[in-house]
Design a protein around this ligand. Sequence first.
Ligand code: FMN
Length: 160
Amino acid sequence: MKSCLVVYYSRTGITQEVAQRIAAGCACDIEPIRDMLPRDGVPGYLRCCYEAFARKTPPIAPMARNAGDYELVILGAPVWVGRLSSPMRSFIRANAARLPQVAAFCTMGGSGGDRALDEIAALCGKPLVARMALADREIKGERDRDKIGQFTRTAAAAPG
Ligand SMILES: Cc1cc2nc3c(=O)[nH]c(=O)nc-3n(C[C@H](O)[C@H](O)[C@H](O)COP(=O)(O)O)c2cc1C
């Protein structure tokens, strides 16, 4: 098994749950992206919408682990207004040059995952070795256990 780090951003815990399941499944390290701005209540929600729509890169806290120390990084983030959530954009912008192989997943209410995954690949400047869009309603079911397992296996088996 190649060395692997799961890096995720989660505002309300759904992406975190998936990230933890992936990290537990492949016994790899996991690291959250920590926001520096409040995102609760209506003002926080509106900030999320604005930053995603305008493709902003808000400040994020320094991270304990270095993505460049791993052979594979798995990125996970929610969809906001049909786009990538802004803290993940900040992380990729700051780390693109040192990213090894990248796999990515997005969580969403129901739509926008493919577009957000395309943005992750574009920001990374390379194709994703595995990608997965998960709707919130799917996350508890058996089908998604299979989907998450398949995603993780594809990422781990990617040559290179
Ligand atoms: C500001 C905001 C915008 C959102 N926009 C979308 C959207 O365009 N499409 C969608 O399917 N879900 C959208 N959602 C729902 C989240 O993507 C979804 O609930 C996700 O699983 C939340 O992940 P988290 O709990 O890790 O933050 C939005 C949520 C927020 C807070």
